[in-house]
Structures are given as C-alpha cells and as structure tokens.
Design a protein around this ligand. Structure first.
Ligand code: ZN
Length: 134
C-alpha cells in the first residue's frame, strides 16, 4: 500500500540554525527552502539516500508546528509514506476504521498531495501520506 518512506518531518525552532547541524555535522546538502502558507510552516529539504529530511519551522504561533513544539519540544514530528493514489488509499483507510485528520488530500511542500492520519489510530505516530511525482 505504501511504497517507501518519503520523508521524516522534524519540528525545529530555528530553521537556519538546524540546517547548519545537518550540513556541517552530518554532511547533508540543503536542497531548498519553501514556505507553505496553508500549513503556516517554512520547510527545508535535505535529501538522504532514497528519502529526505524535512525540517519544519512555524511561521505563526497558531501553526501546528508551533503547537507541537510547545507541548513536546523540538524533534521528530511525523513520518511520511509515499503512495501512488492518495484518494484511493484514504478511502481504504477509512473503510478500515482509521481516523483521518484530512478526509481529502491537500497540497504540501513541492506540490505534493498530502493527508495526515490521526496518531490515535497509529499507536502514537503522526503519519502523513504523500503522493508526488519523482
Ligand atoms: Zn511532511
């Protein structure tokens, strides 16, 4: 049903500062930074092998990322799995009784179609489904 780990989403307070760690200490390369207005986040992408890291900084105090950091601190926020047909997968999840945060996909960074599953249905992990062209 899912093809691969598309990316790991990491909530950070300071994007530039965090990118430094991944570039200078771990040797990754920043691919780009994008602001996703709808989700009130600024996102930095760092490819790593067949997947990538997505660093997320809140652009507003009511951003989901700001709320996450407020309650849990900085750190891994979500896992994103790549799917071919997100509408179809969401339909199947619903049939299986999985609680969805997004009944319909919305657009995330890089023009990907994304939808989140509720952590109550996934043993505590915020799971993102993600459909995009390579
Ligand atoms: Zn993500």
């Amino acid at each position: 049903m899912v093809n691969k780990l598309d990316h790991i989403g990491i909530a950070v307070k300071d994007l530039e500062e965090s990118v430094k760690f991944y570039e200078e200490v771990l040797g990754l390369k920043l691919q780009g930074i994008e602001t996703v207005e709808e989700q009130k986040v600024k996102v930095a992408f760092l490819p790593l092998g067949d997947t990538e890291l997505e660093l997320l900084e809140a652009t507003s105090p009511d951003s989901p990322i700001a709320k996450f950091i407020e309650s849990k601190g900085q750190g891994v926020q979500h896992l994103a799995f790549r799917v071919d047909n997100i509408e179809k997968v969401l339909g199947e999840m619903k049939e299986k009784g999985i609680r969805l945060i997004d009944e319909k996909p919305r657009y995330g960074a890089g023009g990907a179609k994304i939808a989140f599953l509720h952590p109550k249905s996934t043993n505590g992990v915020l799971v993102e489904l993600c459909e995009r062209k390579e």
